[in-house]
Design a protein around this ligand. Sequence first.
Ligand SMILES: [Zn+2]
Length: 477
Amino acid sequence: MVLSLLAGLVLLLLLIMTTRTLMQGRSKTSIRSLARTIEAPGAIEVLRSAVQCKTISHQDPTQTDWKEFTRLKELFAQSFPFCETFRIPSGAGPYNQVYRFPGENPEALPFLLTAHLDVVGAQEQAWTHPPFSGTVEDGYLYGRGSFDCKIQAVAILTAFESLLTEGKKPSRTCYVAFGCDEECNGSLMGAGTIASYFEKQNLQFAYILDEGGVVSQRYIKGFEQDIAVVGVAEKGYMDVQLSAQCSAGHSSTPTFPTALGRVGRAVHRLESKSMPARLTAPVKAMLESLGRQGSFAYRFLFLNSWITKPILFGVFSKNATLNALVRTTVVPTMIEASDKSNVIAEQATAMVNVRLLPTQTQEEVLLWMQKVIDDPAVKLKVVRFTPASEVSPAKGEVFSHLANTITACFSNAVVTPYLMLGATDARKYQNLSNHIYRFTPVRMDKSEVARMHGVDERISEENIRLAVTFYATLIQS
Ligand SMILES: [Zn+2]
């Protein structure tokens, strides 16, 4: 009796799930033919010269060679003479670049396109071509910053220059802002200064578009289409210092545990556990959008996450990227103790880097860490904390507009919202719009994306054309 009741229940559940799956169907994205390819041979040359400006930013701004940022500013002024007349000359920081392009409809809320001008360093010996030479070979432009993210700055200005040359205007007023220190998390000279400049003028934007996800090839097994991932939120950032003290003695007559031993054990315990998985709004939106456009199996799994969650979490946990989408990650990165091999350290410390899911609080993470470490002698201290960003809507007029522009320029791409795992400048603009999106208009596979911050970073000429076309379409529509 009980068994047949259970079997009946399971059957009923399966029926509900299958019906939901079938009813959702595939969404028909109305692809408007807005895009026209802009051949921009000039863009490649400008990007090449932009890469040659060695705009490496440092946590300590006195270490940064600001002359290189001035060189870059002069390069843009010469290369984009029409844009130059719309530059906001000062007030938003000496090394940032900010423009205001008046639109046809002055009543409409303006929008903001952003990018950053700084880059991370490069280990020259490992590169095929010197990282700041801007070498072009076999259809690729090589160089640090060619993809992250000077391509965006150059593509935005090339699109504007081409429209202005034709006597056109954007449909609504557009601000363009390039910050100088995105790669130094926490610094406020770049986007931080620009944001407070905009705030002082009481500006609000219809939407803000920053760097972010790309049009990914072979992103998920079984998906033939390219997937354009648009960040609707980004994870939070926290550095926690672990420390332990002990009375130091000579290493010839040790007593245990040592401070280093305690910290080492704490690190080991943290590594052997992971925080519980959670389905947050951006990831749920991603599953729903991919589910609607995927094969039956994906539709079944992704559209019924209310019940398939344990299976999804199991699969996601086996892949570092997918795991980070459903978990606050906790990883030890630095350790320090005695500076002599025959001296027992009085104090040992370790640094743990945490990336928080939206909705996860600092307190929750610290409590979890304390419980896992299970040693009152190990003290925890938060050294840096930025909460996760607000979550922008993954449906509605603004998101659809962006999605339609993407599909118009990248035919055959499926657009999906997602959660950015890394930090961008976008969060600094949080007070200026409820619609903040993170998307880089280029088509790439994983190996190509992995060159970012790595060796042989590059961008294809085809991607330079695509990026210019995307911005030109977005600006006009
Ligand atoms: Zn970047």
